[in-house]
Design a protein around this ligand. Structure first.
Ligand code: PLP
Length: 384
């Protein structure tokens, strides 16, 4: 039997048993949280319990948590709210997720991109300079900086960025989708005006996320309807999804060791790929313990992903793309990695990943690389 290894947690983590159990219980219980009878009250209790758990994960008050259909919608809610509140110019980092970048592009206001250095760390000198020259006619400065990048795992200097944005009386938006459950996330000490988490990246079900907001954020009404989520997002709540999210958040909060221990296994894997000539992206920057973004000159991302998949090892080439197609990573391109941007893969473990999984990845990658080199050798020597 072929052994399969799943190392694509940043795309979607396997659902934790606790989350699956919570989903099943909520489905079995039924009830609409807006109903006043016993079944409704029980469903409401599940939603509010989950709100408490997710709030605790990100150091927020439960009353500041809005459930959405995922990280994408929560990012959109933040950006669209800022524009509705008068922002005429948005600043987003060059490595933001598509859900931030595309929403910002569609917002029909001016957009500026904050550059990153070769390690994928935001250029705060650029931000300080830009905020110092801010034109009041552009409204309150809106700055989106993700806490940890989905492709490289690089953790951004958020405290410093927050201080700059706060001094300019701006709105700091933090996409913490990849960071939550992996490093401590405290929306208060980060001074985030809006912060986003997604359930399926930490072992909950897909299709659920939250926006946590601070006192200076003015949120718009995302969907009109029955007044759910304090009128911010109408529509009957996704009770099973929310309940599963809450359960996953609770376990993730107490189980960060299972992520931290990945670093040693990840680094051992990186060392072996480096000895074959591969380059680790963001290697000298602070990174999430579970992510390895590595590029091999001359070995295209999609060839690596396909060869590994044939060997039963599932990784991704940069960000998972809805069309299933692989394109050169905009994140690596923003880091100035040139041709390497088309030769990178992202390997990401998580709560259920073992040392043996990382070792199997290395074995399969080295085999794939040797085969690739063997195929290239006659061509390079002029033999066809
Ligand atoms: N933000 C980041 C950093 C992500 O990695 C993702 C998913 O890949 C999202 C936002 C979108 O989250 P969701 O899939 O819940 O819409």
């Amino acid at each position: 039997m072929k052994i399969t290894v799943y190392l694509d947690y940043n795309a979607s983590a396997p659902v934790r048993p606790e989350a699956a159990a919570a989903v099943a219980q909520a489905l079995a219980a039924g009830g609409n949280p807006s109903s006043v009878h016993a079944a409704g009250r029980a469903a409401r209790a599940l939603v509010e319990q989950a709100r408490e758990e997710v709030a605790a994960l990100v150091g927020a008050r439960a009353s500041t948590i809005v459930f959405t259909s995922g990280g994408t919608e929560a990012n959109a809610l933040a950006i669209e709210s800022a524009v509705a509140a008068g922002a005429r110019r948005l600043i987003i980092s060059a490595i933001e997720h598509d859900s931030v970048r595309e929403t910002a592009k569609a917002a029909q206001v001016a957009l500026e991109i904050m550059p990153v250095d070769s390690q994928g760390v935001a250029d705060l000198g650029w931000l300080a300079d830009r905020l110092a020259r801010w034109d009041a006619a552009d409204g309150r400065p809106f700055v989106a900086l993700m806490l940890a990048n989905n492709e490289t795992g690089v953790i951004q200097p958020m405290a410093e960025a927050a201080a700059l944005v706060r001094a300019a009386e701006g709105w700091l938006h933090v996409d913490a989708v990849q960071a939550a459950g992996k490093i401590a996330v405290d929306s208060h000490s980060l001074a985030a005006d809006t912060l986003v988490v997604s359930s399926h990246k930490l072992g909950g079900p897909q299709g659920v996320g939250v926006l946590a907001f601070g006192p200076r954020a003015i949120l718009s009404r995302r969907q009109h309807g029955g007044g759910q989520e304090r009128g911010r997002r109408g529509g009957t709540e996704n009770v099973p999804g929310i309940s599963g999210f809450g359960a996953a958040a609770k376990v993730a909060r107490s189980g960060r060791d299972e992520i931290i221990r990945q670093a040693a296994w990840r680094d051992a894997a990186a060392a072996q790929l480096k000895s074959a000539g591969a380059v680790v992206m963001g290697e000298t920057a602070p990174r999430l313990a579970n992510v390895l973004c590595v590029a091999m000159p001359g070995f295209a991302s999609e060839l690596q992903v396909m060869a590994l998949d044939l060997a039963g090892v599932m990784v991704s080439a940069g960000a998972a793309c809805s069309s299933g197609k692989v394109k050169a990573s905009p994140v690596l391109a923003a880091m100035g990695q040139g041709e390497l941007a088309g030769c990178g893969i992202r390997v990401s473990g998580g709560w259920n990943t073992t040392e043996a999984d990382w070792a199997r990845f290395v074995e399969a990658w080295l085999e794939a690389y040797q085969r690739h080199e063997a195929r290239r050798a006659p061509v390079a020597a002029g033999v066809y």
